[in-house]
Design a protein around this ligand. Structure first.
Ligand SMILES: C[S@@+](CC[C@H](N)C(=O)[O-])C[C@H]1O[C@@H](n2cnc3c(N)ncnc32)[C@H](O)[C@@H]1O
Length: 221
C-alpha cells in the first residue's frame, strides 16, 4: 500500500517536521540553541530535589528535554509532565521516544495557542517556551509573557528563546518578563556567534489561576 504523506496542520505554516532536520547538523544555529537549552534543563534537574514537572509548549519532537533525559538515565524517574504539540508527526516522534525511554511524560496533540490546552499540564516546575516567540507577533509575545505566570508553579524556571527575526523586540522581552513578576536568572544573546538568544527566569509567586478560553498567539509562519 502506498503511504499517504502527512498533512501539515495549516498550509500557512512551514513544514515543521522538516524544520527539525537542522538538528542533524551539530553546527547549525538550531543545534547551538538546542545545546544551550539542554544545559539549562540539565542544570535544573541538578538544582531541584525529586520530581520535576515539565511543560513544553510547541514542543516539536521534544529534542530539548528528551535529549537531556536520553543522556542522563539517572533522571528517568525524576520527570513528569506534558509536551504540547499540534503537528501529529512531531507528536508521534516525541511519543515514540518517550516510550523508548520509559519516562512519565505525555504528548498532548493540541493547539497550544489556546489556554485550554494547558489544563492538566500546568503548573509546572520547568516551563519551556522554546521556538515560539520568533514565529508570533510582538503583540502576541507580550500577551504570552503576561500569561506565563499561569503556567508556573511557585519556584518554577521558565526558558524562552528567540532569534533576531524582524520585527525584533530585542531585549524588550526581558523587561516584559520582569514586569510580569519574573526574576531573570540568565540571558544570552548571540550565542556562539549565532543570532539566537535565550532567557531564563524564575517565578517566585503563587500560581495565578489558569484563565480558560484565551487565545494566546498565532503562528505566522
Ligand atoms: C520552531 S518549532 C520548535 C520546536 C521545539 N520547541 C524545539 O525548539 O525543538 C515550533 C513547533 O511548534 C509547533 N506549533 C505551531 N503552532 C502550534 C500550536 N498552535 N500549538 C502547538 N504547537 C504548535 C510546530 O508544529 C513546531 O513543532
Amino acid at each position: 500500500m502506498p503511504q499517504t504523506p502527512p498533512v501539515p496542520p495549516s498550509p500557512r505554516l512551514r513544514d515543521y517536521v522538516a524544520w527539525h532536520d537542522a538538528y542533524r547538523d551539530p553546527a547549525s544555529e538550531l543545534s547551538v540553541r538546542l545545546r544551550h537549552v539542554q544545559q539549562v534543563i540539565s542544570a535544573e534537574f541538578d538544582a531541584r530535589p525529586g520530581t520535576v514537572r515539565v511543560m513544553s509548549s510547541c514542543a516539536g519532537q521534544g529534542h530539548d528535554v528528551l535529549g537531556v533525559l536520553a543522556a542522563r538515565p539517572e533522571l528517568y524517574n525524576r520527570v513528569r509532565g506534558t509536551l504540547l504539540e499540534i503537528n501529529p508527526v512531531n507528536a508521534a516522534i516525541a511519543r515514540e521516544r518517550i516510550t523508548s525511554l520509559g519516562v512519565d511524560l505525555r504528548v498532548v496533540e493540541d493547539d497550544a495557542s489556546v489556554s485550554d490546552a494547558y489544563v492538566g499540564a500546568v503548573p509546572a516546575d520547568l516551563v519551556l517556551l522554546v521556538g515560539i516567540l520568533g514565529n508570533v507577533s510582538v503583540e502576541d509575545t507580550r500577551r504570552l509573557v503576561a500569561v506565563a505566570p499561569q503556567f508556573c508553579a511557585p519556584g518554577a524556571t521558565l526558558v524562552w528563546t528567540r532569534g533576531s527575526q524582524e520585527p525584533d523586540p530585542g531585549a524588550e522581552i526581558r523587561h516584559w518578563f520582569s514586569r510580569a513578576g519574573f526574576t531573570e536568572l540568565s540571558y544570552e544573546e548571540g550565542m556562539e556567534g549565532t543570532s539566537m538568544r535565550m532567557g531564563v527566569h524564575r517565578w517566585e509567586g503563587a500560581t495565578p489561576p489558569l484563565r480558560r478560553g484565551v487565545k494566546l498567539f498565532t503562528f505566522l509562519r
